[in-house]
Design a protein around this ligand. Structure first.
Ligand SMILES: [Zn+2]
Ligand SMILES: [Zn+2]
Length: 180
């Protein structure tokens, strides 16, 4: 921890001698040939209803990616933090609050969850655990790259406008009957 400013990419050396990104096991070229090598067995596992990556038979029920929870966490760590090894931090973060912090909607990992940077990376947010949270996917899409206070302001405006709109529509309907 203790990183400051925007996250920076650091580099290491791949087994082949090429430069690779730290947190990645291989350089881009090695990663491509590895993918081509393992893909047939992954396809086979998927056909058998197992997690393609680790052959775990316990897939996330109703999960979109058809993978196990651990692989979902690892893929999320890889995609968002560029570091698969941080998956256990993400798991602990989820277990500390398995519901959406803004709406209270129960969260199910890999089913309705997305990982959010509380302060967006684009405005200097870090990839430290304190700046990460699990949100309901729809909430995260609405939050987008807004800072929390701005997002909540927008949400409140929309929710009260929508509530008022529905009230007015219901009133019109009772006064005039169905319009269509
Ligand atoms: Zn390599
Ligand atoms: Zn797996």
């Amino acid at each position: 921890m203790g990183k400051s400013g925007s996250s920076k990419i650091t580099y290491g050396i791949c087994v082949c001698g090429n430069v690779k990104m730290s947190g990645k096991r291989r350089c881009a070229a090695c990663s491509r040939s590895y993918q081509a090598f393992v893909q047939p067995s992954r396809d086979q596992r998927a056909r058998e209803g197992k997690c393609p990556r680790c052959a775990n038979g316990f897939l996330i029920p109703g999960g979109k990616g058809k993978k196990c929870e651990t692989c979902y966490l690892k893929d999320t760590a890889d995609r968002h933090l560029k570091d698969r090894s941080r998956w256990q931090e993400l798991k602990a973060l989820f277990e500390s609050r398995p519901f959406d912090p803004y709406t209270g909607i129960p969260l199910y990992l890999g089913k309705n969850t997305e990982l959010d940077h509380i302060i967006p990376v684009s405005v200097g947010g870090t990839e430290d655990l304190e700046n990460l949270q699990w949100l309901h996917e729809h909430v995260n899409q609405l939050k987008s790259n807004y800072p929390v206070d701005e997002f909540l302001r927008h949400l409140d405006v929309l929710v009260s406008a929508r509530t008022e709109f529905l009230k007015q529509s219901a009133l019109l309907l009772t006064l005039e009957g169905p319009v269509f």
